[in-house]
Write a protein that binds this ligand. Sequence first.
Ligand code: NAG
Ligand code: NAG
Length: 374
Amino acid sequence: MLLIQALSVLPTLLTISALPQHQKAFEIKHELRLIQTSDSAPPQWVPEDEIVKMQTKGIKFMDITEFPDLGKINSKRYTIAKTKFPEHLNYQKEVNTAIANISTEYMEENLRAFIGFNTRYYKSSTGQQSGEWLFELVKATCIGNPNISVTQFHHSWRQHSIIAKIPGSKSESIVIVGAHQDSANLFFPGHKAAPGADDDASGTVTILEALRALVSVGFQPEKTVEFHWYSAEEAGLLGSQAVFSKYERKNKDVVAFLQQDMTGYIQKTLESGKSESVGVITDFVHKGLTDFIKTIITEYCMVPFVETKCGYACSDHASASKAGYPSAFVIESDFKDSNPNIHTIGDTIDKLSFDHMKEHTKLTIGFVVELSHI
Ligand SMILES: *[C@@H]1O[C@H](CO)[C@@H](O)[C@H](O)[C@H]1NC(C)=O
Ligand SMILES: *[C@@H]1O[C@H](CO)[C@@H](O)[C@H](O)[C@H]1NC(C)=O
């Protein structure tokens, strides 16, 4: 989740003005960045320290400094609104075989190790190390299938993104699922601890477990399937913009993209007397693909969906959309019941439900298998 939501915990934290000058200045330069805060307003050049203030005020944005042309090349963007997705599901047996292979023990083990890095901030040394660690884990996960390639996507900053690609037997069109691997502390992005257990270690292991289960059962897609772990989501969707600007330039045919950012927190939902559900985001997404996701949840999950909204550029699906690709986003709950501890040292593993994350893994497998057939 983009650095926006921790406002609810503001009163319990030190305010920025209460801190010593040397801490305020840490890693925050006065370099200008090109910032976009809506589709209608033109982007603006903003100093980096002002951006941190914007974040603490809850303003959502894309930092388009490196990728000002994203979305200006792909002529398909004028027709994607018309892209059709299946109304009926046809691969229940294949999906359920992979679902039966999901292990919440693996998810917990992986998440626990991943949040062991002090911060996964994209410009930090531990963020670089967590990226290397995740890369090795994804490679080990795919070892059973030599057709799968796992690559690092390098950026102009330290932490790379990761792409696992299962080539389609019949098509180079691509079905993609994504999560972001970086974390950040709202007030001292590169400095203070940011375990990011929910945001977004949960999504990271959710899609990793889907990949592991699929590899275990010998999944062979007809279309190409990719799993992406983005760097620098918290800094304005930088990693996903880099990936999708390359895909757009190479004219890659991405038929569907699904982002999972925060998949494990249900405490607030339960405390407010509501039933556990999967939040399906309905703003800034592809309508037909989103309807298809609802069908997937109804078929393969034990909990229902709830429609919810999260605003402009709230996670990496916004980069895929901007590049002209149909994209969707699912989150742990109704957005207003989502985890209030993100971007603080309080985003810890004890607040997460691995059973709920498993529901997100099930829908990931359903999404991938159903769309991977011609
Ligand atoms: C997943 O499937 C593989 C291959 O059939 C099997 O060896 C493994 O025990 C299964 N794992 C789980 C958690 O069911
Ligand atoms: C690798 O791809 C080839 C060609 O599609 C296929 O015949 C083979 O079974 C695949 N191997 C695995 C382990 O999926």
